[in-house]
Design a protein around this ligand. Structure first.
Ligand code: GLN
Length: 485
């Protein structure tokens, strides 16, 4: 039996019925990794021994009747999450040898829920990118077409789920890095509300935008994972002390009578016609479920990309100042004095895209330019947020394409940063506004590439996202299709 193809909820049933052990599942997942990882390269670190001993512990718990939400389930972690005793590289040479002395809060929570970790997944360096091509550990390939990128920056997390190299995975999303790769790899990805999930132990990229969220094979698993990940953490000052609802209760409620907003600014020239067709079909499905789709406007949409590419690099330039060759990670031994050592460490340790962001960010924050760039961007950000507040007075959720195109070819956009940045045109606004968003598979192109539809809701309304995504998934039925690897 291909246990690796099953979902969390399917495996939970089998474990509870005593049909399979965690060791069976983990072994099966590793046989899949052995078969496809050489082609996909979703992982930076594979944690085989850790996973097998985790599986034995899970099996002992199962025998003792102590079965938790994720007991015995193989999960992969983006290599931006600190894991005690295991390398955490952020896809960067500057952290190639960094082994954190502590676990991220989400890692702790997953452990407490009984999850078994299979490895750390590949990503764009410091999560800056949309294709997983800037990792210093090599590229990840899209399981649906090995000549194409899996999306990014959490490309390894998305590809590992799509290729059945794990049952679910964790990513981070600063401007689309969960939803965009989820769409391009044909899996479900959710970016929670800013403050919903603790980021303690998440290596910071842009602190006012970063969120952690799950990649799963279907919406029910997304609800299960959110129940584990969400919640207040006294160690993280932006996490919000609010109860975590049982997201599974939203799975079968339906959306009869809902109003779904279709923002006119998201249906622009340049969208791939096959993506457009899939989204239009999705709108029809949603209407068929008893919802009313209405055109809405988010008038400041055209500024999102510009605002993001001031705010994110500004915050990154500050967050990345700590990598100096002294405190941890890589150090260049060429420097003759301290300043030389700093300079050499940073020039040799960071890749080109990270350096580009540090330079943009430092410039935007420098005296004399701060008001013109960072302050202005923050003001426009407030308008973007207000657009959504106004929109949610008229509708329950918003529906958009997740990405303007399906997965592009490896190397196609590496020499054109602006083209690369445009792949997040539909996902960035969510992070600027702090609201949650989910991407769900909504079809395939003629060449067999997955397309994703994005649903957005107001702050802390992840339940609504799960509700519409689940209703949609049940009538659309794309989640069982698998790449031919
Ligand atoms: N692609 C965007 C960027 O490069 C978003 C990345 C992310 O969400 N981490 O900044």
């Amino acid at each position: 039996m291909d246990l690796n193809r099953l979902t969390i909820h399917e495996l939970q049933k089998k474990i509870r019925a005593g049909d399979v052990s965690s060791t069976d599942i983990v072994r099966d997942v590793f046989s899949r990794i052995d078969a496809v990882e050489k082609d996909v390269h979703a992982f930076i670190t594979v944690m085989r021994d850790e996973a097998l001993s985790g599986a034995s512990r899970a099996d002992a718990d199962i025998k003792a009747g102590d079965i938790k939400t994720l007991t015995g389930i193989p999960v992969a972690l983006k290599d931006i999450l600190c894991t005690r005793g295991f390398p955490t590289t952020c896809g960067s040479r500057i952290l190639y040898n960094y082994i954190p002395p502590y676990d991220a809060t989400v890692v702790e929570k997953l452990k407490e829920a009984g999850a078994v970790f299979v490895g750390k997944t590949n990503m764009d360096e410091f999560a800056m990118g949309s294709s997983t091509e800037t990792s210093c550990f090599g590229i990840t390939r899209n399981p649906w077409d090995l000549e194409r990128i899996p999306g990014g920056s959490s490309g390894g997390s998305a590809a590992s789920v799509a290729a059945d190299e794990c049952i679910a995975s964790i990513g981070s999303d600063t401007g689309g890095s969960i939803r965009q790769p989820a769409a391009l790899c044909g899996v479900v990805g959710l970016k929670p509300t800013y403050g919903r999930v603790s980021r303690f132990g998440l290596i910071a990229f842009a602190s006012s935008l970063d969120q952690i969220g799950p990649f799963t094979k279907d919406v029910e698993d997304c609800a299960i994972m959110m129940g584990v990940l969400a919640g207040y953490d006294p160690k993280e000052s932006t996490s919000v002390p609010m109860d975590v609802p049982d997201y599974r209760e939203h799975l079968s409620r339906g959306i009869e009578g809902w109003t779904v907003g279709i923002p006119r600014e998201y249906f622009i020239e340049g969208i791939d016609p096959e993506v457009m067709k899939a989204i239009q079909d999705a709108i029809k499905v949603v209407e068929g479920l008893g919802a009313r789709c209405v055109e809405i406007s988010l008038p400041h949409t055209k500024y999102c990309l510009a605002v993001y590419y001031i705010i994110a690099p500004a915050e990154a330039s500050s967050n990345l100042a700590r990598y100096d060759g002294v405190k941890y990670g890589f150090r260049s031994h060429d420097g003759s004095d301290l300043l030389e050592m700093y300079k050499k460490t940073r020039s040799e340790g960071f890749g080109a895209e990270v350096k580009r962001r540090i330079m943009i960010g430092t410039y935007a924050l420098s005296s004399g330019y701060y008001d013109a760039y960072y302050k202005k961007a923050s003001q426009v950000r407030a308008l973007i947020k207000r657009d959504f507040e106004e929109a949610f007075k008229q509708c329950d959720v918003i529906l958009t394409p997740t990405t303007p195109t399906p997965a592009f070819k490896i190397g196609e956009k590496t020499n054109d940063p602006l083209q690369m940045y445009l792949s997040d045109i539909f996902t960035i606004s969510t992070n600027l506004a702090g609201i949650p968003g989910i991407s769900v598979p909504c079809g395939f192109t003629a060449a067999g590439l997955p397309v994703g539809v994005q649903f957005l809701a107001g702050h802390f309304e992840e339940g609504k996202l799960i509700q519409i995504a689940s209703a949609y998934e049940k009538s659309a039925n794309f989640e069982k299709r698998r790449p031919n690897l």
